[in-house]
Design a protein around this ligand. Structure first.
Ligand code: IMP
Length: 190
């Protein structure tokens, strides 16, 4: 069974390939030489994931899925959420984004947050959504060298270190994306 993963991010493709049962082959947009920009104009992770999955389904008429993720900080009413990549501006700089969160949380006691991934899948012409969440809190300062995005300021629950201080394999075991992928894989196995 072949499935298209509507992404150009080969790290995400590797991650899902590790979880998939034998017999499934995932092709990325890079494999398919699909370079058109997909406008992520939704106001929720669900909408953006669906926009990407529907666009690719309409282009190739094959089973496919897309993911969208974001950091949701409770004291900020769930921001930056769907705007995580460009929270501090369209230059999409991770350091600016993390500094903006740290600044906004100054003086607030509640530093709880979660990473959330939504996967939208079009499978045999029916749409499905899968969600993965990892709860945690925002650190006082950025710590660690690994990962990307908000990893240096996110301490997952039951940990004392940030995502950036964990190894990639430690992060992948508990990450929002892995949890959503795991649900998709369970669906495909059932
Ligand atoms: P995407 O939907 O996977 O492209 O994620 C959108 C944005 O959310 C990224 O540009 C990051 O700012 C943030 N983000 C998503 N997942 C992670 C993660 O695992 N660690 C840190 N930041 C993340």
């Amino acid at each position: 069974m072949e499935l298209i993963f509507a992404t150009h991010n080969e790290n995400k493709v590797k991650e899902i390939n590790k979880l998939l049962p034998p017999g499934y082959l995932v092709k990325s947009l890079t494999d398919l030489k699909y370079d058109a920009k997909i406008e992520e104009s939704g106001s929720t992770l669900e909408e953006n994931a669906l926009i990407k999955a529907r666009t690719i389904f309409n282009a190739f008429k094959e089973n496919c899925f897309a993911d969208d993720s974001g950091l949701e900080v409770y004291a900020l009413g769930g921001k930056p959420g769907v705007y995580s990549a460009r929270y501090a501006g369209n230059q999409k700089k991770s350091e600016d984004n993390t500094n903006k969160i740290l600044h906004e949380l100054q003086g607030l006691n509640n530093r709880e947050a979660q990473f959330r991934t939504v996967i939208a899948m079009v499978y045999n012409k029916t749409e499905y959504l899968f969600e993965g969440i990892i709860k945690g809190k925002i650190s006082e300062t950025p710590l660690g060298q690994n990962g990307f995005g908000y990893d240096p300021i996110f301490i997952p629950e039951k940990e004392t270190l940030t995502f950036s201080q964990l190894t990639l394999s430690e992060k992948i075991k508990i990450s929002h994306r892995s949890r959503a992928f795991q649900k998709l894989v369970e669906f495909l196995k059932s």
